[in-house]
Ligand binder design. Structure first.
Ligand code: ZN
Length: 282
């Protein structure tokens, strides 16, 4: 698929050029790296997978930060006020931030793909295990330390919930800019159905790339408008002082091999979508 190849080239180019990927990279070289292509027919239905339980307090939303690779909406994670439980998780996880990955055009931009299908962007809600660890910095290094919800974005109608965020972006155009951003409920960015998802063990997709992540990738995407994504693309990788300004686009990692891992699903697509001929028994 031509688009997939172009996307991988864009990601590889980005990893060569972007400062975040330069210098001594502590790539663990493990066999549980992310992102991956989710092959829908190879995912295994697991009836033990429960619905997700998100309990987010918009009051914990604090600020929005251009970190030079994406923009992070950061939450107060000093107490269990915004949490994720259920799904594949045994423990309680605290929300610390969410961010997106996106492409230079609508043809690519997501980190995960579905049967090699690309989406223009992907949302990541990052949580850490507050039952087992006391800080994000501790959890990020440990097995079962993080839980990240991934949501694909498709271009369609304007997303009303996202607009408050889009309106704040011009204030953090340059790298290292931070502005106060409060009372944002991240639940408004979840699809209406959060019961159906894929889950697998993987890694962070940015350095330190530690293999501490339980990934929960939503089956249902959300829709945002082309204009909203255009504002994402108006952000810059570069700080105000730099001579050559670079647009913040293609901020995703190249896909990683599955290495024998199983992707489990909370739903049974084949039972629900049996072909019409399945009933013809003659
Ligand atoms: Zn991410």
């Amino acid at each position: 698929m031509d688009c997939l190849r172009k996307m991988q080239e864009a990601a590889e180019h980005n990893m060569k050029m972007h400062p975040m990927w330069q210098g001594p990279l502590a790539v663990p070289g493990g066999d549980r790296q992310s992102p991956i292509d989710i092959v829908v027919r190879k995912s295994v239905f697991d009836s033990q997978l429960k619905p997700l339980v998100t309990d987010y307090d918009p009051q914990t939303c604090q600020q929005i930060w251009n970190n030079g690779y994406s923009f992070l909406v950061e939450y107060d994670d000093t107490s269990d006020k915004s949490t994720l439980k259920g799904g594949p998780l045994q423990d309680k996880f605290r929300l610390c931030q969410f961010h997106f990955h996106w492409g230079e055009s609508n043809a690519w931009g997501s980190e995960h793909t579905l049967d090699r299908r690309l989406f223009p962007a992907e949302l990541h809600l990052v949580h850490w295990n507050s039952d087992k660890y006391s800080l994000f910095e501790e959890a990020v290094m440990e097995d079962n330390g993080l839980a990240v919800i991934g949501v694909f974005l498709k271009v369609g109608k304007r997303h009303e919930g996202l607009q408050k965020l889009v309106d704040a972006l011009p204030a953090i155009r340059h790298k290292d800019s931070v502005v106060e951003f409060t009372r944002f409920d991240p639940a408004c960015l979840l699809p209406s159905n959060t019961d159906d998802y894929w889950t697998y063990h993987g890694s962070l997709t940015t350095p330190p790339l530690t293999e501490s992540v339980t990934w929960i990738v939503m089956k249902q995407h959300i829709e945002v408008s082309h204009d909203q994504l255009a504002v994402f693309r108006s952000l810059l990788f570069t700080s105000a002082e730099e001579e050559v300004q670079k647009s913040m686009v293609n901020n995703f990692r190249v896909q990683q091999p599955l290495c024998g891992r199983t992707v489990r699903s909370s739903f049974t697509p084949f039972l629900q979508e049996a072909p019409p001929s399945a009933d013809n028994k003659h």
